[in-house]
Ligand binder design. Structure first.
Ligand code: ARG
Length: 460
Protein backbone atom coordinates (compact mmCIF):
# COMPACT_ATOMS: atom_id res chain seq x y z
CA UNK A 1 0.00 0.00 0.00
CA UNK A 2 1.11 3.55 -0.75
CA UNK A 3 2.04 5.65 2.28
CA UNK A 4 -0.42 8.40 3.16
CA UNK A 5 0.59 12.01 2.54
CA UNK A 6 0.11 12.54 6.27
CA UNK A 7 1.63 9.17 7.21
CA UNK A 8 4.88 10.23 8.91
CA UNK A 9 3.84 9.65 12.50
CA UNK A 10 1.84 6.50 11.85
CA UNK A 11 3.16 2.99 12.28
CA UNK A 12 0.21 1.26 10.69
CA UNK A 13 -2.17 2.12 7.86
CA UNK A 14 -5.92 2.48 8.35
CA UNK A 15 -8.21 -0.52 7.99
CA UNK A 16 -10.19 -0.97 4.80
CA UNK A 17 -13.41 -0.21 6.64
CA UNK A 18 -12.05 3.09 7.95
CA UNK A 19 -10.59 3.98 4.57
CA UNK A 20 -13.91 3.39 2.87
CA UNK A 21 -15.85 5.23 5.54
CA UNK A 22 -13.66 8.33 5.63
CA UNK A 23 -13.00 8.85 1.92
CA UNK A 24 -14.58 11.76 0.12
CA UNK A 25 -13.07 11.31 -3.32
CA UNK A 26 -16.23 9.60 -4.54
CA UNK A 27 -17.98 12.97 -4.41
CA UNK A 28 -15.43 15.75 -3.86
CA UNK A 29 -13.76 15.04 -7.18
CA UNK A 30 -16.43 17.42 -8.44
CA UNK A 31 -14.20 20.16 -7.00
CA UNK A 32 -11.21 19.27 -9.20
CA UNK A 33 -11.36 22.36 -11.41
CA UNK A 34 -11.47 24.72 -8.49
CA UNK A 35 -8.85 22.74 -6.59
CA UNK A 36 -6.46 23.10 -9.52
CA UNK A 37 -7.31 26.79 -9.88
CA UNK A 38 -6.57 27.33 -6.19
CA UNK A 39 -3.30 25.40 -6.38
CA UNK A 40 -2.15 27.38 -9.39
CA UNK A 41 -2.85 30.67 -7.65
CA UNK A 42 -1.10 29.39 -4.53
CA UNK A 43 2.00 28.21 -6.43
CA UNK A 44 2.30 31.52 -8.26
CA UNK A 45 2.07 33.36 -4.96
CA UNK A 46 4.68 31.09 -3.34
CA UNK A 47 7.08 31.87 -6.20
CA UNK A 48 6.44 35.59 -6.08
CA UNK A 49 7.17 35.54 -2.35
CA UNK A 50 10.40 33.61 -2.90
CA UNK A 51 9.09 30.53 -1.09
CA UNK A 52 9.59 28.35 -4.16
CA UNK A 53 11.66 28.97 -7.30
CA UNK A 54 10.15 30.17 -10.55
CA UNK A 55 11.30 26.96 -12.14
CA UNK A 56 9.42 24.88 -9.54
CA UNK A 57 6.39 27.06 -10.04
CA UNK A 58 6.44 26.47 -13.79
CA UNK A 59 6.70 22.72 -13.36
CA UNK A 60 3.82 22.80 -10.88
CA UNK A 61 1.65 24.88 -13.20
CA UNK A 62 2.38 22.66 -16.21
CA UNK A 63 1.79 19.53 -14.14
CA UNK A 64 -1.55 20.84 -12.89
CA UNK A 65 -2.61 21.70 -16.43
CA UNK A 66 -1.74 18.19 -17.53
CA UNK A 67 -3.71 16.72 -14.62
CA UNK A 68 -6.71 18.83 -15.57
CA UNK A 69 -6.49 17.56 -19.15
CA UNK A 70 -6.29 13.97 -17.93
CA UNK A 71 -9.26 14.41 -15.63
CA UNK A 72 -11.32 15.93 -18.41
CA UNK A 73 -10.46 13.23 -20.90
CA UNK A 74 -11.28 10.54 -18.35
CA UNK A 75 -7.68 9.31 -18.14
CA UNK A 76 -7.08 10.33 -14.54
CA UNK A 77 -7.23 7.55 -11.99
CA UNK A 78 -9.12 8.65 -8.85
CA UNK A 79 -7.88 6.57 -5.93
CA UNK A 80 -9.86 5.94 -2.80
CA UNK A 81 -6.69 5.29 -0.82
CA UNK A 82 -5.72 8.89 -1.56
CA UNK A 83 -8.82 9.94 0.34
CA UNK A 84 -9.94 13.20 -1.23
CA UNK A 85 -9.61 15.41 -4.27
CA UNK A 86 -6.81 17.46 -2.75
CA UNK A 87 -4.54 14.51 -2.00
CA UNK A 88 -5.41 12.75 -5.25
CA UNK A 89 -4.26 15.72 -7.25
CA UNK A 90 -1.20 16.40 -5.11
CA UNK A 91 -0.09 12.77 -5.18
CA UNK A 92 -0.60 12.55 -8.94
CA UNK A 93 1.39 15.75 -9.36
CA UNK A 94 4.21 14.31 -7.28
CA UNK A 95 4.24 11.19 -9.45
CA UNK A 96 4.36 13.37 -12.51
CA UNK A 97 6.89 16.09 -11.65
CA UNK A 98 8.62 14.81 -8.50
CA UNK A 99 10.27 17.12 -5.92
CA UNK A 100 8.69 20.49 -6.88
CA UNK A 101 5.23 19.06 -6.19
CA UNK A 102 6.23 18.49 -2.58
CA UNK A 103 6.54 22.26 -2.15
CA UNK A 104 2.98 23.02 -3.25
CA UNK A 105 1.47 22.45 0.18
CA UNK A 106 3.75 25.09 1.76
CA UNK A 107 1.69 27.46 3.93
CA UNK A 108 -1.53 25.65 3.13
CA UNK A 109 -3.75 23.09 4.82
CA UNK A 110 -6.54 21.06 3.35
CA UNK A 111 -8.78 23.03 5.69
CA UNK A 112 -8.29 26.32 3.85
CA UNK A 113 -7.85 24.49 0.56
CA UNK A 114 -11.21 22.73 0.66
CA UNK A 115 -12.98 25.95 1.57
CA UNK A 116 -11.31 27.83 -1.25
CA UNK A 117 -12.46 25.12 -3.65
CA UNK A 118 -15.93 25.04 -2.19
CA UNK A 119 -16.46 28.80 -2.25
CA UNK A 120 -15.32 28.90 -5.87
CA UNK A 121 -17.64 25.99 -6.68
CA UNK A 122 -20.63 27.67 -5.01
CA UNK A 123 -19.87 30.93 -6.78
CA UNK A 124 -19.96 29.12 -10.14
CA UNK A 125 -23.10 27.26 -9.14
CA UNK A 126 -24.87 30.54 -8.39
CA UNK A 127 -23.76 31.76 -11.80
CA UNK A 128 -25.42 28.68 -13.31
CA UNK A 129 -28.66 28.97 -11.32
CA UNK A 130 -29.35 32.66 -11.91
CA UNK A 131 -29.69 32.28 -15.72
CA UNK A 132 -32.11 29.36 -15.17
CA UNK A 133 -34.24 31.63 -13.01
CA UNK A 134 -34.20 34.19 -15.78
CA UNK A 135 -35.24 31.59 -18.38
CA UNK A 136 -38.24 30.65 -16.27
CA UNK A 137 -39.15 34.31 -15.87
CA UNK A 138 -38.95 34.71 -19.64
CA UNK A 139 -41.19 31.67 -20.17
CA UNK A 140 -43.75 33.10 -17.74
CA UNK A 141 -43.64 36.52 -19.38
CA UNK A 142 -44.16 34.93 -22.80
CA UNK A 143 -47.13 33.04 -21.45
CA UNK A 144 -48.49 36.33 -20.10
CA UNK A 145 -47.93 38.08 -23.44
CA UNK A 146 -49.75 35.28 -25.28
CA UNK A 147 -52.77 35.61 -23.00
CA UNK A 148 -52.82 39.30 -22.34
CA UNK A 149 -56.52 39.96 -21.87
CA UNK A 150 -57.46 36.65 -20.30
CA UNK A 151 -59.54 36.97 -17.14
CA UNK A 152 -59.33 34.14 -14.62
CA UNK A 153 -60.86 33.71 -11.20
CA UNK A 154 -58.49 34.75 -8.42
CA UNK A 155 -58.66 32.68 -5.26
CA UNK A 156 -58.07 33.17 -1.57
CA UNK A 157 -58.48 30.17 0.75
CA UNK A 158 -58.84 28.35 -2.58
CA UNK A 159 -62.30 29.90 -2.74
CA UNK A 160 -63.26 32.21 -5.56
CA UNK A 161 -62.35 35.76 -4.61
CA UNK A 162 -62.02 38.38 -7.35
CA UNK A 163 -61.46 38.28 -11.09
CA UNK A 164 -57.84 38.88 -12.17
CA UNK A 165 -55.98 39.09 -15.42
CA UNK A 166 -53.91 35.99 -16.06
CA UNK A 167 -50.73 38.01 -16.74
CA UNK A 168 -51.13 39.62 -13.31
CA UNK A 169 -51.08 36.22 -11.73
CA UNK A 170 -48.16 34.94 -13.80
CA UNK A 171 -46.16 38.06 -13.03
CA UNK A 172 -46.60 37.38 -9.32
CA UNK A 173 -44.34 34.36 -9.85
CA UNK A 174 -41.94 36.48 -11.92
CA UNK A 175 -41.62 38.90 -8.98
CA UNK A 176 -40.89 36.04 -6.56
CA UNK A 177 -38.25 34.68 -8.89
CA UNK A 178 -36.62 38.09 -9.13
CA UNK A 179 -36.18 38.18 -5.36
CA UNK A 180 -34.87 34.61 -5.52
CA UNK A 181 -32.16 35.67 -7.94
CA UNK A 182 -31.43 38.67 -5.75
CA UNK A 183 -30.96 36.45 -2.71
CA UNK A 184 -28.49 34.28 -4.62
CA UNK A 185 -26.55 37.32 -5.77
CA UNK A 186 -26.45 38.68 -2.20
CA UNK A 187 -25.17 35.32 -1.07
CA UNK A 188 -22.58 35.35 -3.86
CA UNK A 189 -21.28 38.73 -2.77
CA UNK A 190 -21.01 37.60 0.87
CA UNK A 191 -19.33 34.29 0.08
CA UNK A 192 -16.79 35.79 -2.28
CA UNK A 193 -13.98 36.14 0.28
CA UNK A 194 -10.86 34.06 0.22
CA UNK A 195 -9.97 31.58 2.98
CA UNK A 196 -6.71 30.50 1.33
CA UNK A 197 -3.73 31.11 3.59
CA UNK A 198 -5.72 30.58 6.77
CA UNK A 199 -3.91 27.21 6.73
CA UNK A 200 -5.07 24.78 9.42
CA UNK A 201 -6.59 27.55 11.54
CA UNK A 202 -3.92 29.92 12.77
CA UNK A 203 -2.37 31.21 9.56
CA UNK A 204 1.36 30.82 9.01
CA UNK A 205 4.74 32.25 9.93
CA UNK A 206 5.84 32.06 6.30
CA UNK A 207 5.72 35.31 4.31
CA UNK A 208 2.72 34.57 2.07
CA UNK A 209 0.62 37.17 0.27
CA UNK A 210 -3.02 36.38 0.80
CA UNK A 211 -4.13 39.41 -1.16
CA UNK A 212 -2.39 38.08 -4.23
CA UNK A 213 -4.13 34.69 -4.16
CA UNK A 214 -7.44 36.32 -3.34
CA UNK A 215 -7.13 38.61 -6.37
CA UNK A 216 -5.98 35.84 -8.66
CA UNK A 217 -9.05 33.79 -7.80
CA UNK A 218 -11.47 36.67 -8.29
CA UNK A 219 -12.34 37.03 -4.61
CA UNK A 220 -13.16 40.44 -3.16
CA UNK A 221 -10.55 40.14 -0.40
CA UNK A 222 -8.93 37.55 1.85
CA UNK A 223 -11.00 36.62 4.91
CA UNK A 224 -9.88 38.71 7.88
CA UNK A 225 -9.81 35.99 10.52
CA UNK A 226 -8.06 32.69 9.82
CA UNK A 227 -10.07 30.81 12.46
CA UNK A 228 -13.32 32.10 11.02
CA UNK A 229 -12.07 31.22 7.54
CA UNK A 230 -11.81 27.51 8.28
CA UNK A 231 -14.84 27.36 10.61
CA UNK A 232 -17.41 29.21 8.60
CA UNK A 233 -20.09 27.34 6.74
CA UNK A 234 -22.69 30.06 6.90
CA UNK A 235 -22.09 30.76 3.22
CA UNK A 236 -23.34 27.25 2.58
CA UNK A 237 -26.31 27.67 4.90
CA UNK A 238 -27.20 30.91 3.16
CA UNK A 239 -26.88 29.35 -0.29
CA UNK A 240 -29.02 26.36 0.65
CA UNK A 241 -31.58 28.65 2.28
CA UNK A 242 -31.82 30.69 -0.90
CA UNK A 243 -32.24 27.47 -2.88
CA UNK A 244 -34.92 26.29 -0.46
CA UNK A 245 -36.90 29.47 -0.95
CA UNK A 246 -36.67 29.00 -4.72
CA UNK A 247 -37.82 25.40 -4.24
CA UNK A 248 -40.83 26.57 -2.23
CA UNK A 249 -41.78 29.07 -4.91
CA UNK A 250 -41.51 26.42 -7.61
CA UNK A 251 -43.48 23.99 -5.51
CA UNK A 252 -46.28 26.51 -5.20
CA UNK A 253 -46.17 27.13 -8.94
CA UNK A 254 -46.32 23.36 -9.43
CA UNK A 255 -49.31 23.07 -7.12
CA UNK A 256 -51.10 25.83 -9.02
CA UNK A 257 -50.58 24.13 -12.36
CA UNK A 258 -51.40 20.67 -11.12
CA UNK A 259 -54.70 22.04 -9.83
CA UNK A 260 -55.37 23.93 -13.03
CA UNK A 261 -54.73 20.83 -15.11
CA UNK A 262 -57.37 18.86 -13.16
CA UNK A 263 -60.76 18.11 -14.66
CA UNK A 264 -62.33 20.18 -11.89
CA UNK A 265 -60.44 23.35 -12.80
CA UNK A 266 -59.62 22.51 -16.39
CA UNK A 267 -57.93 25.87 -16.92
CA UNK A 268 -54.86 24.50 -18.67
CA UNK A 269 -53.98 21.62 -20.93
CA UNK A 270 -50.34 20.64 -20.73
CA UNK A 271 -49.13 19.33 -24.06
CA UNK A 272 -48.30 15.63 -24.43
CA UNK A 273 -44.62 16.50 -24.42
CA UNK A 274 -44.76 17.50 -20.76
CA UNK A 275 -47.20 14.86 -19.54
CA UNK A 276 -46.98 11.20 -18.68
CA UNK A 277 -49.49 8.37 -18.65
CA UNK A 278 -50.62 5.60 -16.36
CA UNK A 279 -49.56 1.98 -16.67
CA UNK A 280 -53.07 0.82 -15.80
CA UNK A 281 -55.54 3.61 -16.61
CA UNK A 282 -55.43 4.14 -20.37
CA UNK A 283 -57.17 7.52 -20.30
CA UNK A 284 -54.72 9.21 -17.95
CA UNK A 285 -52.52 12.17 -18.78
CA UNK A 286 -50.74 13.46 -15.71
CA UNK A 287 -48.79 16.67 -15.09
CA UNK A 288 -45.92 14.69 -13.52
CA UNK A 289 -43.13 17.18 -14.13
CA UNK A 290 -44.79 19.78 -11.92
CA UNK A 291 -45.72 17.17 -9.32
CA UNK A 292 -42.07 16.25 -9.19
CA UNK A 293 -41.10 19.89 -8.90
CA UNK A 294 -43.36 19.99 -5.85
CA UNK A 295 -41.85 16.74 -4.62
CA UNK A 296 -38.23 17.64 -5.20
CA UNK A 297 -38.62 20.77 -3.11
CA UNK A 298 -38.50 18.31 -0.20
CA UNK A 299 -34.96 17.29 -1.16
CA UNK A 300 -33.77 20.86 -1.40
CA UNK A 301 -35.21 21.66 2.02
CA UNK A 302 -33.73 18.40 3.31
CA UNK A 303 -30.31 19.46 2.06
CA UNK A 304 -30.59 22.69 4.03
CA UNK A 305 -31.73 20.87 7.16
CA UNK A 306 -28.81 18.44 6.80
CA UNK A 307 -26.36 21.34 6.79
CA UNK A 308 -28.05 23.15 9.66
CA UNK A 309 -27.94 20.00 11.74
CA UNK A 310 -24.37 19.28 10.70
CA UNK A 311 -23.14 22.64 11.93
CA UNK A 312 -25.24 22.87 15.06
CA UNK A 313 -22.91 21.42 17.69
CA UNK A 314 -19.50 21.98 16.15
CA UNK A 315 -16.70 23.71 18.03
CA UNK A 316 -14.66 26.31 16.14
CA UNK A 317 -12.32 25.55 13.25
CA UNK A 318 -12.24 22.45 11.08
CA UNK A 319 -13.92 19.25 12.22
CA UNK A 320 -14.11 16.22 10.00
CA UNK A 321 -17.89 16.30 10.24
CA UNK A 322 -17.64 19.15 7.78
CA UNK A 323 -16.69 16.77 5.00
CA UNK A 324 -20.43 16.02 4.99
CA UNK A 325 -21.15 19.54 3.77
CA UNK A 326 -20.61 18.83 0.09
CA UNK A 327 -23.10 16.24 -1.08
CA UNK A 328 -26.15 18.20 0.12
CA UNK A 329 -24.89 21.26 -1.75
CA UNK A 330 -24.24 19.29 -4.93
CA UNK A 331 -27.67 17.73 -4.61
CA UNK A 332 -29.38 21.04 -3.92
CA UNK A 333 -27.79 22.71 -6.95
CA UNK A 334 -28.49 19.83 -9.32
CA UNK A 335 -32.07 19.58 -8.09
CA UNK A 336 -32.84 23.28 -8.22
CA UNK A 337 -31.48 23.60 -11.75
CA UNK A 338 -33.61 20.65 -12.86
CA UNK A 339 -36.67 22.15 -11.19
CA UNK A 340 -36.14 25.51 -12.86
CA UNK A 341 -35.52 23.97 -16.27
CA UNK A 342 -38.55 21.73 -16.19
CA UNK A 343 -40.79 24.53 -14.92
CA UNK A 344 -39.74 26.69 -17.87
CA UNK A 345 -40.35 23.80 -20.24
CA UNK A 346 -43.78 23.23 -18.74
CA UNK A 347 -44.64 26.93 -19.07
CA UNK A 348 -43.75 26.77 -22.75
CA UNK A 349 -46.01 23.77 -23.23
CA UNK A 350 -49.35 24.62 -21.73
CA UNK A 351 -52.39 26.11 -23.35
CA UNK A 352 -55.20 27.89 -21.60
CA UNK A 353 -58.69 26.56 -22.12
CA UNK A 354 -60.34 29.85 -22.90
CA UNK A 355 -63.85 28.53 -23.24
CA UNK A 356 -63.79 26.61 -20.00
CA UNK A 357 -62.31 29.55 -18.10
CA UNK A 358 -64.85 31.91 -19.65
CA UNK A 359 -67.73 29.62 -18.73
CA UNK A 360 -66.52 29.33 -15.17
CA UNK A 361 -66.28 33.08 -14.55
CA UNK A 362 -69.88 33.67 -13.45
CA UNK A 363 -69.54 31.26 -10.52
CA UNK A 364 -68.54 32.52 -7.10
CA UNK A 365 -69.68 36.17 -7.26
CA UNK A 366 -66.22 37.43 -8.20
CA UNK A 367 -67.69 40.91 -8.71
CA UNK A 368 -69.06 41.33 -5.17
CA UNK A 369 -66.19 43.48 -3.90
CA UNK A 370 -66.38 45.69 -6.99
CA UNK A 371 -70.06 46.14 -6.21
CA UNK A 372 -69.23 47.19 -2.66
CA UNK A 373 -66.80 49.76 -4.11
CA UNK A 374 -69.61 51.02 -6.37
CA UNK A 375 -71.69 51.81 -3.32
CA UNK A 376 -68.71 53.54 -1.70
CA UNK A 377 -68.49 55.74 -4.79
CA UNK A 378 -72.16 56.58 -4.18
CA UNK A 379 -71.16 57.85 -0.74
CA UNK A 380 -71.95 54.81 1.40
CA UNK A 381 -69.51 53.85 4.22
CA UNK A 382 -67.64 50.66 3.25
CA UNK A 383 -68.87 48.64 6.23
CA UNK A 384 -72.44 49.40 5.19
CA UNK A 385 -71.80 48.59 1.54
CA UNK A 386 -70.16 45.31 2.56
CA UNK A 387 -73.34 44.44 4.41
CA UNK A 388 -75.61 45.53 1.55
CA UNK A 389 -73.65 43.47 -0.98
CA UNK A 390 -73.57 40.56 1.45
CA UNK A 391 -77.34 40.64 1.53
CA UNK A 392 -77.45 40.92 -2.27
CA UNK A 393 -75.24 37.81 -2.53
CA UNK A 394 -77.55 36.02 -0.10
CA UNK A 395 -80.45 36.89 -2.40
CA UNK A 396 -78.47 35.46 -5.37
CA UNK A 397 -77.80 32.28 -3.44
CA UNK A 398 -81.52 32.04 -2.67
CA UNK A 399 -82.45 32.68 -6.30
CA UNK A 400 -79.56 30.65 -7.66
CA UNK A 401 -78.35 33.47 -9.89
CA UNK A 402 -75.50 35.98 -10.32
CA UNK A 403 -75.39 39.55 -9.05
CA UNK A 404 -75.82 40.82 -12.60
CA UNK A 405 -79.04 38.78 -12.92
CA UNK A 406 -80.73 40.68 -10.09
CA UNK A 407 -83.20 43.30 -11.25
CA UNK A 408 -82.78 46.90 -10.17
CA UNK A 409 -85.95 46.41 -8.12
CA UNK A 410 -84.41 43.42 -6.33
CA UNK A 411 -81.33 45.47 -5.52
CA UNK A 412 -83.30 48.53 -4.48
CA UNK A 413 -85.33 46.41 -2.13
CA UNK A 414 -82.05 45.88 -0.27
CA UNK A 415 -80.88 49.48 -0.58
CA UNK A 416 -82.36 52.36 -2.61
CA UNK A 417 -78.91 53.74 -3.54
CA UNK A 418 -78.55 51.23 -6.42
CA UNK A 419 -78.96 52.86 -9.80
CA UNK A 420 -79.05 51.78 -13.45
CA UNK A 421 -75.26 52.32 -13.74
CA UNK A 422 -74.69 49.41 -11.33
CA UNK A 423 -74.69 46.95 -14.22
CA UNK A 424 -71.54 48.61 -15.46
CA UNK A 425 -69.80 47.14 -12.38
CA UNK A 426 -71.16 43.63 -12.57
CA UNK A 427 -69.79 40.55 -14.24
CA UNK A 428 -66.11 39.55 -14.17
CA UNK A 429 -65.22 41.61 -17.21
CA UNK A 430 -66.76 44.85 -15.98
CA UNK A 431 -65.33 44.19 -12.57
CA UNK A 432 -61.73 43.82 -13.79
CA UNK A 433 -62.08 47.09 -15.71
CA UNK A 434 -62.70 48.99 -12.49
CA UNK A 435 -59.33 48.20 -10.90
CA UNK A 436 -56.95 51.12 -11.07
CA UNK A 437 -54.69 51.09 -7.97
CA UNK A 438 -50.94 50.75 -8.41
CA UNK A 439 -50.01 47.07 -8.73
CA UNK A 440 -53.63 46.03 -9.23
CA UNK A 441 -55.19 43.75 -11.80
CA UNK A 442 -56.57 46.66 -13.86
CA UNK A 443 -55.66 46.25 -17.49
CA UNK A 444 -53.50 49.38 -17.72
CA UNK A 445 -51.70 48.47 -14.50
CA UNK A 446 -51.04 44.95 -15.74
CA UNK A 447 -49.96 46.23 -19.15
CA UNK A 448 -47.46 48.49 -17.39
CA UNK A 449 -46.14 45.60 -15.33
CA UNK A 450 -45.92 43.34 -18.34
CA UNK A 451 -44.10 46.01 -20.26
CA UNK A 452 -41.68 46.47 -17.38
CA UNK A 453 -40.81 42.77 -17.30
CA UNK A 454 -40.70 42.31 -21.06
CA UNK A 455 -38.18 45.15 -21.28
CA UNK A 456 -36.15 44.09 -18.27
CA UNK A 457 -35.95 40.48 -19.44
CA UNK A 458 -35.51 41.48 -23.06
CA UNK A 459 -38.55 39.52 -24.26
CA UNK A 460 -40.05 40.70 -27.53
N1 ARG B 1 -11.90 15.94 2.57
C1 ARG B 1 -11.88 16.91 3.62
C2 ARG B 1 -13.22 17.65 3.62
O1 ARG B 1 -13.91 17.57 2.68
C3 ARG B 1 -10.79 17.90 3.39
C4 ARG B 1 -10.28 18.55 4.60
C5 ARG B 1 -9.64 17.53 5.45
N2 ARG B 1 -8.87 18.08 6.50
C6 ARG B 1 -8.39 17.31 7.46
N3 ARG B 1 -7.65 17.88 8.33
N4 ARG B 1 -8.69 16.05 7.58
O2 ARG B 1 -13.59 18.26 4.59
Amino acid sequence: KEAKLWGGRFEKGVTDVVEKFTESISFDKALYKHDIMGSKAHASMLAKQGLISECDRDRILQGLDEIERRIESGLFEWRMDREDVHMNIEAALTEMIGEPAKKLHTARSRNDQVLTDFRLWCRDAIDRIVPCIKSLQVALVNLALDNEGLIVPGYTHLQRAQPVLLPHLLLAFVEQLERDAGRLLDCRARLNFCPLGACALAGTGLPIDRFMTSDALGFTAPMRNSIDAVSDRDFVLEFLSANSIIAIHLSRLGEEWVLWASEEFGFITPSDSVSTGSSIMPQKKNPDPMELVRGKSARVIGDLVTLLTLCKGLPLAYNRDLQEDKEPVFDSVKTIIGMLEVSAEFAQNISFNLEKIQKSLPAGHLDATTLADYLVKKGMPFRTSHDVVGRSVALCVYKNCQLQDLSLEDMRSIDPVFDEDVYDYLGAENSVKKFCSYGSTGSTCVATQLDYWATKLEVD
